[in-house]
Design a binder for this molecule. Structure first.
Ligand code: GSH
Length: 263
């Protein structure tokens, strides 16, 4: 049995739901409310000491870290395979996933907290906010969240996050120049991993990174959106509260992107 602790819009959770949907795997699970702080519940912290989602339980075995989870799923349930057969193409798929773990994920959370999540968290009293932040075990993550919530898009680390987002889209455009999917002729874990970050960029007003500028990425995203996994894993789980949180002034985000990139 597969059980997934997840967030409704959390990019890392969407990544895992996409892999599950693409592999046709049924699962049960629980949506944690990250703004309420469910990820810090003692029962959950025992499973995931980083106190972040997602966490997969497979027949009692606990797997954390979204990239490791999707690789685990692909190995535990080999058909259909979501990794290319060719070793060099596999390295290419892993590179796209590594870049997410190394840079894009933190860039994404920085900008998400400076825009959508800020809309909710800024309404809290200073004491409530401090208590919420104090529970985050990772000190760097906690500090980035604090600055993004307090200063929004003016926070000092936002500019670098915008550049890292743009670099990832540049890498995607280059990879798609000679093949339809990020790691070859077939959809792979690399495509599943990149999808939530492109969806998030679109949601907060950064889709100008590819629309009119990077046609291969625009075409890739249109094909991604048309797959049944997209509705199942990305849009169906979005709640009314999520829609409100993501109802951000998109023109302000894009103005920041233009300023940082000199567009
Ligand atoms: N490297 C981890 C990152 C997980 C992560 O940052 N999850 C976010 C949601 S995408 C989270 O749970 N944040 C909790 C919080 O905001 O306090 C993974 O890939 O699983």
């Amino acid at each position: 049995m597969l059980y997934l602790y997840q967030g409704s819009t959390s990019v890392c959770s969407v990544k895992v739901r996409l892999a599950l949907a693409e592999k046709g795997l049924a699962f049960d699970g629980e949506i944690l409310d990250l703004q309420r702080g469910d990820q810090h519940r003692p029962d959950y912290a025992k499973l995931n000491p980083n106190e972040v989602v997602p966490t997969l339980i497979h027949d009692g075995k606990v797997v954390i870290e979204s990239t490791l989870i999707i690789e685990y799923l692909d190995e535990a349930f080999p058909k259909p395979s979501l990794m290319p057969a060719d070793p060099y193409a596999r390295a290419g798929a892993r590179l796209f996933m590594k870049k997410i773990d190394d840079t894009l994920h933190s860039a994404c959370s920085t900008i998400t907290f400076a825009t959508a999540n800020r809309r909710v968290l800024i309404k809290r009293s200073p004491e409530e906010l401090a208590a919420h932040l104090a529970k985050i075990p990772n000190v760097d993550y906690r500090e980035r969240q604090r600055l993004s919530i307090e200063q929004g898009l003016a926070a000092p680390h936002v500019a670098n996050a915008v550049r890292q987002y743009d670099n990832y889209v540049v890498d995607m455009e280059a990879a798609l120049a000679d093949k339809p999917w990020l790691a070859g002729d077939a959809y792979s874990l690399a495509d599943a991993a990149a999808t939530p970050y492109i969806f998030r960029a679109e949601a907060i007003g950064m889709d100008g990174l590819w629309i009119g500028r990077r046609p291969k990425v625009a075409d890739w995203y249109a094909r991604i959106r048309a797959r049944p996994s997209f509705a199942a894993a990305v849009t169906d789980p979005i709640s009314a509260a999520d829609r409100d949180r993501f109802n951000v002034p998109r023109d302000e985000t894009w103005a920041k992107v233009k300023e940082v990139l000199g567009l």
